[in-house]
Ligand binder design. Structure first.
Ligand code: BG6
Ligand code: MG
Length: 216
């Protein structure tokens, strides 16, 4: 029986994916390297450092640890310029309704995000108080697709994986939730989210009943 729903943040609760990508584009242009084709989809859900490793793995040049640290720092600086401007108007359509309905139905709620900016974003969205637990990029040592972030969220909620459903927009996130033993809803196109138990094109289409049914 469903007892908890664990939400990814970027691309599920708020539409920040393009801003992550634009921040990478900006720093790549400054550093004089290009972003590989299709990389935007590949880095969805990965931590900042894991994203950088994917971005640079096929570049002709080598990057020292010092250069990598500088790139990561600047990427975050650009991304934080966007984060500062986030308000409650930036909640994905339907996300707040779903969160409220799940709470009213007695479900425990958590966020499991790779982002180290997750808490400030949730505060700016005026949603942080609605969650029983938030596990973010500051608390994990392994990037999705590793299940660590989901296992920590389940631990914080004290709910078994079999009684929880994850909501994700990234292939790496779906793999992480599945590896944690959870059912998972994919938000987006089934072309990229083949591992999900249910795929919907937007969170607005998702109902409490869909999640209860999935939770078994
Ligand atoms: C994930 C995003 O939620 O957070 C990734 O999908 C991002 O694109 C990752 O790299 C880390 O975010 P941040 O805010 O710590 O750079
Ligand atoms: Mg995401």
């Amino acid at each position: 029986m469903l007892r908890a729903v664990v939400f990814d943040l970027d691309g599920v609760i708020t539409d920040s994916t393009d801003h992550h990508f634009r921040s990478w584009q900006r720093v790549a242009a400054e550093e004089g390297f290009g972003l590989p084709e299709g990389v935007s989809e590949q880095i969805k859900g990965l931590t900042r450092r894991a994203s950088l490793e994917v971005i640079i793995r096929n570049q002709d040049r080598q990057f020292t640890e010092q250069e990598k640290a500088r790139i990561l720092e600047r990427k975050n600086q650009y991304y934080q310029e966007f984060v500062k401007g986030i308000t409650s108007d930036d909640v994905m359509p339907g996300a707040k309704r779903l969160i409220r309905e799940l709470k009213a139905a007695g479900q425990k709620l958590a966020v499991a995000s790779a982002s180290r900016n997750a808490r400030i974003i949730l505060r700016n969205l005026a949603l942080i108080d609605l969650f029983d637990a938030v596990v973010d990029g500051n608390e994990i040592t392994k990037s999705k697709p590793d299940p660590e972030v989901y296992l920590k969220a389940l631990d914080a909620l004290k709910v078994d994986a079999s009684a929880a459903v994850a909501i994700e927009d990234a292939a790496a996130g779906i793999a992480a939730a599945k590896a944690a033993g959870m059912k998972c809803v994919g938000i987006g196109s089934s072309r990229h989210l083949a591992g999900a138990d249910l795929v919907v094109s937007s969170i607005d289409e998702l109902s409490v009943e869909d999640l209860i049914e999935l939770g078994g």
